[in-house]
Write a protein that binds this ligand. Structure first.
Ligand code: AP5
Ligand code: MG
Ligand code: ZN
Length: 222
């Protein structure tokens, strides 16, 4: 069996990590693992972990590393992650990146930075709509639902995230530049970083992501 393939999608809040991770996951058959989604699931199920993470998330701060690492490493042990997975929103600190490197000994790792300027982020997040039933991501302007408040994929209810309030977005961006930008350098210095222009249309970003995958991944999937 070939080494597990692990793709790491990085980028500021609203850069399009979730939108693209869903599409790439369907296209190359690797599980999509979003630490933000895992925390939101824990919060809506009112678990202990959810209770501990809630205040950090709602104020736009990072959840402490030890909570994130336990949750993530537990999740990627599941059978659907055996051949590999796409990480969306993890690692977000150098401590998390180092823990992942240690854990991934022998895996084929590919990191991508989806680049979008801060000014654009604010509009993207202000208009984001999420489906309560299937997690589909839409946008009031860039991907509007046919019927207001109704998911175009499954007809579920669309909602806005609490941490998408403009003041919290400013805090999330500051946290990103301070704590997560160094993770991009971490992968760059290891020679496994691709950069993709996140200002293109969602279809073009998708094409760029697929084209940028390691050659050996592409060979194996044909
Ligand atoms: P998380 O859920 O990961 O949020 P985030 O990183 O802030 O990123 P977003 O989900 O907001 O943006 P995205 O890049 O996925 O963009 P999307 O595709 O939706 O984390 C939330 C919180 O959880 C954190 O603040 C933290 O508290 C905690 N947390 C999570 N992981 C953690 C970790 N590892 N360590 C510690 N704490 C952690 O797109 C945004 C919008 O733009 C959508 O409406 C979409 O339709 C639209 N759009 C997408 N692409 C395009 C395009 N090309 N053109 C036009 N519009 C587009
Ligand atoms: Mg997301
Ligand atoms: Zn839906």
């Amino acid at each position: 069996m070939s080494a597990p393939k692990v793709a790491i999608f990085m980028g500021a809040p609203g850069a399009g990590k979730g939108t693209q991770a869903v599409r790439v996951s369907e296209s190359i058959g690797l599980a999509h693992i979003s630490t933000g989604d895992l925390f939101r699931e824990n919060i809506s199920n009112d678990t202990d972990l959810g209770k501990r993470a809630k205040g950090f998330m709602e104020s736009g701060q990072l959840v402490p590393d030890e909570l994130v690492l336990d949750m993530l490493f537990d999740r990627v042990q599941q059978p659907d992650c055996q051949s590999g997975y796409i990480l969306d929103g993890f690692p977000r600190t150098v401590v998390q990146a180092e823990a992942l490197t240690e854990r991934l000994n022998g895996a084929s790792v590919h990191a991508v930075d989806i680049q979008v300027p801060d000014e654009v982020i604010v509009d993207r997040i202000a208009g984001r709509l999420l489906c309560r039933s299937c997690g589909n991501i839409q946008h009031t302007e860039f991907d509007p639902p046919e019927t207001e408040g109704v998911c175009s994929k499954c007809s579920g209810e669309l909602y806005q995230r609490k941490d998408d309030a403009p003041d919290t977005v400013k805090d999330r961006l500051a946290v990103y530049h301070e704590q997560t930008a160094p993770v991009v350098d971490y992968y760059h210095s290891r020679g496994i970083l691709a950069r993709v222009d996140g200002m293109q249309s969602p279809d073009s970003v998708f094409q760029s992501l697929i084209q940028g995958l390691p050659e050996e991944w592409k060979r194996e999937s044909v």
